[in-house]
Design a protein around this ligand. Sequence first.
Ligand code: RNT
Ligand code: ZN
Length: 421
Amino acid sequence: MTERERITKAYELAKETYGQWGVDVEEAIKKVQDIPISLHCWQGDDVTGFENPDAQLTGGIQATGNYPGKAKTPEQLRRDLDKAMSLIPGKLRLNLHAIYAETHGEKVERDELKPEHFKNWVEWAKAKGIGLDFNPSCFSHDKSSDGFTLAHQDDEIRNFWIRHCIASRKIAEYFGKELGTPAVTNVWIPDGYKDIPVDRTAPRERLKDSLDKIFAVEIDKAHNLDAVESKVFGIGSESYVVGSNEFYMGYATANKKLLCLDAGHFHPTEVISDKISAVMQFVDEILLHVSRPVRWDSDHVVILNDELIAIAQELVRGDYLDRTHIGLDFFDASINRIAAWVIGTRNMRKALLFALLEPTAYLRQLEAEGDYTSRLAVLEEMKTTPLSAVWDYYLMNNDIPVSSEWIKEVKQYEKDVLLKR
Ligand code: RNT
Ligand code: ZN
């Protein structure tokens, strides 16, 4: 039997199995293909960027590991992304940070960044037919070295970051216009205190005021959508984070902004899968930073674990896909960085496929009837349905290497390209 025949046969059988539960497999495959997932550029170079080759990552986030072959130039990063994207099925986008500007050796301050510094990225995205998303970079900079940016007490520093965020929104507007799909611009800042502050109020007043100033510059939603991202703590901001969940939940609700939920930004027993349906009552759209916190906000590569599946289930069951922008946010420097992208992104899409292959209507009916016994029994049965048979068939039909094949490709690329850097 050829590989093609084996995969097709397994798929036909799987279709029968799902059919018994009333699940339309072809429909699920069609749907999963069109859900955009925004790949984060920063997995490719450990959040270094191109502003300064010796840039130190600050702002309370950390990429650990020293696996060889990280991208050091925009060309290398794009080449690595091309490789990774060729191994990932479905609709993709790329999420850029401001520090990935190309200034061709010229020193350009962050508040002076312009669309032209992202021209190559836009050309690249155009050629690939993908959209771009964006982030102001309020970290790894002299003016953020004391841990404060938009909430800084020094007006000069605060205004610098305000100008940077406005410049970033204009760059995103350019992305949206050029590529015909709105860019999501996510504001995340590291601001906070290592130790217990006396004044928890003033920094939050300043952050609110900064955001008001940033968003006062009107940009058409057809080109740019603004998001704000909270967190519970960072390295060096263990006792107090200005942009906490309550702060941004309130801000996004009051100002009609997108709320960004990062899977690693809450207390360890809290999960964002439970937050989606709650916040969706109050905001129009959300941005997800799908990540994997291991004991803390460690940004491990996303695996197919309970929470990833729960996130996908919530988006599908709640019919929230159209109001959700799925972005990834992890950075592991201890393994092949291209493999990290491929594993994490394939898992995100696999989780979505898993969720789409659920007999949700039937489960809802059981729940409404109070038959929680059957609800639990069916949910458990679904865990061992032949997902991989559908997944492999879906990949094969889209000319994406299945299982071990993609690993071989990454290893070859490592030998031919990465290890020669
Ligand atoms: C940090 C936030 C933020 C960053 C990226 C690089 O805790 O999660 O989203 O990881 O912007
Ligand atoms: Zn994040």
